[in-house]
Design a protein around this ligand. Structure first.
Ligand SMILES: C[S@@+](CC[C@H](N)C(=O)[O-])C[C@H]1O[C@@H](n2cnc3c(N)ncnc32)[C@H](O)[C@@H]1O
Length: 514
């Protein structure tokens, strides 16, 4: 049997070992709508009783025209042992109205699309159109089979095989299932990891209390999806998860980027007229419309903080709040290793600082299980972007990841210990052993109490970094224009920073001069 309609993007043809299936009638582009179809009958899903389902199906079939009835009974029936033929056809062919929908439908055409474990198209119920849409999410060559994914979860080979046999009564003969076992094992390991990450991202409490780890899990999941060639609904869902993590923490900049990526990837799968895409459009325009915005201001940014002009790797490091891969030590001219001030282990960004009331084992350790002491030295570096003196000194600062925060002076002199001439926007503050502090006004910053743990260096953050860079270090010693830097390098406090040990902790360091 073969039906060909010239204006259609597909023909329905016999396919070896699969019965009928969809074959691309021409090259189909990524994001192109292959089909939009109303259901022949609607069927309630598992939530209602078997008798109710049976009655509802019989009513639906009875209401069909003669032609429609013929189409219905022509559909494949893999469950000939069911109580009625109608029920067998419904079990074989129903497509859900959404991933968690309690209903589905039987379609004259779409019910002919076969399954593949690495499918090339997405089926979606469009609530506005009241139709099922099929979109290609990657380029499909003329003559290639158009496939969708029948299962809810993406699992390894044996779990998939079992689920397809149980639920649909067929042994999948798709490309992924036909891979040689050693290659399949590699793919299985990735799929298992994707599933593990998916479950852990879905844990709401972790998203709130361990936001950074949850965000890193989303990034890992997306990287694995890319490696596996999975461009299905997992992609927009992951970007939406990242959006929720960012907006929960008041991070409008990242939330906007994630919302934008969620809407772009979803539009490929569902078309621009999808109600979900429209909702994502609104959130990308104004991320603060999301109900959890303002729950925390830990990562607070505005949409103006989206960095521009960064190469894509640098942008990704910013977006996913990843550590940069800078080695922790360089060589000095004399051969003494000294700290690279860009390294995250000794010079963490604000987000990576320990939280005051949490016990962060990256920074603290215990010998007896009761009392904890620092396990290493760390120093926070950030550039001054605002200075305010009202009751106490407040410095607004920006760290190397462009994260803005504030340091409030709770020293005896409330900040007056610093001479006004040493305070300037563009200078860098160095604070040893700081922690993130939640202030009463719900903002998070640094509460600075011990005057000998903070120093303002008369240099921009960028120039300070350059100074710890081998080439610039050489220049700093040899070239004329670097005189000021040379002077700075003679400051014993800066040299102390450059020589901060990476590991181990004997005694706390202090700055010798303010
Ligand atoms: C919804 S129907 C799809 C259309 C069907 N091939 C037909 O002839 O009407 C589902 C049935 O198609 C077959 N099928 C779908 N995907 C398959 C696959 N990857 N490998 C083998 N058979 C498949 C199975 O018989 C399954 O029960």
């Amino acid at each position: 049997m073969s039906t060909k309609n010239p204006e259609k993007l597909y023909t329905i043809k016999e396919i070896p070992y699969k019965g009928l299936g969809f074959i691309a009638a021409r090259k189909i582009n990524k994001g192109e709508r292959i089909l939009s179809e109303a259901p022949l009958i609607r069927v309630p899903r598992s939530t209602v009783s078997k008798t109710q389902v049976q009655k509802s199906i019989s009513r639906g079939v009875a209401a069909l025209s003669e032609d429609e009835r013929q189409s219905f009974f022509a559909l494949h029936n893999a469950f000939k042992d069911k109580e009625t033929r109608e029920l067998g056809i419904v079990h074989t062919n129903a497509l859900p109205f959404g991933s968690n929908a309690s209903a589905g439908g039987i379609f004259v055409e779409a019910s002919r699309i076969n399954h593949a474990c690495l499918q090339n198209s997405q089926n979606t119920w469009n609530e506005d159109l009241q139709q099922l849409t099929i979109h290609a999410f990657r380029e499909i060559e003329e003559g290639e089979e158009i496939t969708i994914f029948y299962l809810h979860n993406r699992t390894n080979y044996s779990a998939r095989r079992q689920a397809l046999q149980q639920r649909f009564r067929f042994t999948c003969s798709c490309q992924l299932c036909s891979m040689p076992p050693p290659q399949r094992a590699v793919s299985d390991a990735k799929l298992d990891e994707i599933q593990r990450l998916d479950e852990s991202i879905g844990d709401g409490a972790r998203m709130i209390f361990s936001s950074l780890n949850a965000l890193h899990d989303v990034h890992k999941l997306l990287q694995l999806c890319e490696e596996e060639g999975l461009e299905d609904a997992s992609v927009p869902r992951a970007y939406y998860d990242a959006f929720q993590i960012a907006i929960y923490n008041g991070d409008e900049a990242r939330a906007r980027v994630f919302a934008d990526r969620a809407r772009t990837s979803r539009a490929i799968l569902e078309g621009r007229d999808s109600p979900t895409v429209r909702k994502m459009n609104d959130l990308a325009r104004d991320p603060t419309k999301h109900s959890s915005y303002g729950s925390s201001s830990r990562w607070r940014t505005s949409t103006e903080d989206i960095p521009s002009g960064l190469p894509s790797e640098g942008f990704d490091t910013w977006l996913w709040k990843e550590k940069n891969k800078t080695p922790s030590r360089n060589q000095t001219i004399g051969g003494t290793p000294y700290a690279n001030l860009r390294n995250d282990a000794t010079f963490p960004s604000f987000d990576a600082l320990p939280e005051e009331n949490g016990l962060d084992l990256r920074f603290f350790e215990s010998d007896d299980g009761y009392s904890y002491h620092p396990r290493k030295h760390w120093c926070f570096l950030a550039e001054i972007v605002g200075i305010e003196m009202f009751m106490r000194l407040r410095l607004d600062i920006e760290d190397k990841t462009k994260q803005k925060t504030s340091v409030l002076f709770y020293t005896e002199d409330r900040g007056r210990e610093l001479r006004p001439s040493t305070l300037k926007e563009g200078y860098t503050v160095a604070i040893i052993y700081p922690e993130q502090h939640g202030f009463l006004d719900m903002t998070v910053g640094i509460r600075h109490e011990n005057r000998s743990l903070l120093k303002v260096l008369p240099v921009t953050l960028n120039n300070l970094f350059k100074l710890s860079d081998k080439t610039c270090q050489t220049l700093a010693w040899n070239e004329k224009g670097h005189k000021a830097d040379c002077k700075l390098l003679k400051d014993p406090d800066l040299r102390m920073l450059l020589l901060l040990e990476e590991e181990g902790f004997d005694q706390p360091h202090h700055f010798s001069a303010l």
